[in-house]
Design a protein around this ligand. Structure first.
Ligand SMILES: [Zn+2]
Length: 230
């Protein structure tokens, strides 16, 4: 694989990534300390995502020329980016770890730090192609988004779908990718995989991508100025 850049230790790179995403609000941390079930309001997470989308194209490395967007799931409910990174580094011998450009959390593991719907940059930070398809030639130049969870077994939470739509829209806009080049892993590899699961609402996802972005933003976050739509 062609590499533009190596990090001497991946831990450092991950720390920078986490810091760039910002920390959970103090109120969330306080709730967690008191021992209650920690929850972060999705409105807060949506703001963190929005801030991340605004900065994500400003990298020290040149952006790849993405032409497709492909959605996956982990099929594991309690996964984290760090765990996926470790697994893919060991499994594929790839020093850059996770073979996805982004992950979207389900809030099950480390729910305060990684609340439901939180988008994290994975391989995106390195701007390297990911080995995420059996038939990459069917979706050349693809950007891989991975939903954490098993959507063969359960429905996709609305927060995760909302985050997936917002992230995909930001990528479509930047790289001028039409909705016809947004698909799922199964959409590319067909019978070789169920990913991202039979409960992934493919039709609704594609329909929402086709809708005008400002309308959805105004509906979901009423207090938001409409000109901030990603
Ligand atoms: Zn997949």
């Amino acid at each position: 694989m062609r590499r533009r850049r190596f990090f001497s230790h991946a831990g450092g790179a991950l720390t920078v990534g986490a810091a760039a995403l910002g920390l959970p609000g103090l109120s969330s941390l306080a709730r967690a300390k008191r021992g209650r079930r920690p929850t972060v309001p999705y409105a807060e997470t949506r703001e963190r995502n929005r801030a991340m989308f605004e900065g994500m194209f400003e990298l020290e490395v040149p952006l790849l020329d993405f032409d497709w967007i492909v959605v996956h799931h982990t099929a594991a409910e309690y996964a984290t980016l760090e765990g996926i990174d470790r697994y893919h580094r060991n499994h594929f011998g790839d020093p850059l770890g996770a073979e996805y450009h982004f992950v979207i959390n389900n809030g099950k593991k480390r729910p305060v730090e990684k609340p439901i719907g939180l988008v994290e940059q994975a391989r995106w930070r390195h701007q390297e192609w990911a080995a995420h398809l059996f038939h990459p030639e069917r979706a050349p130049g693809s950007c891989a988004i991975c939903l954490i969870g098993n959507f063969e077994k359960r429905a996709l939470p609305e927060e995760m779908l909302d985050a997936c739509v917002a992230l995909t829209r930001a990528l479509m806009k930047r790289f001028k990718i039409p909705v016809e080049r947004v698909t799922t892993h199964r959409g590319v590899d067909r019978r070789l995989t169920q990913c991202p699961g039979k409960h992934f609402p493919r039709e609704e996802f594609l329909r929402r991508l086709s809708e005008a972005a400002p309308a959805e933003t105004a509906e979901a976050v009423e207090a938001e100025p409409a000109d901030e739509a990603p």
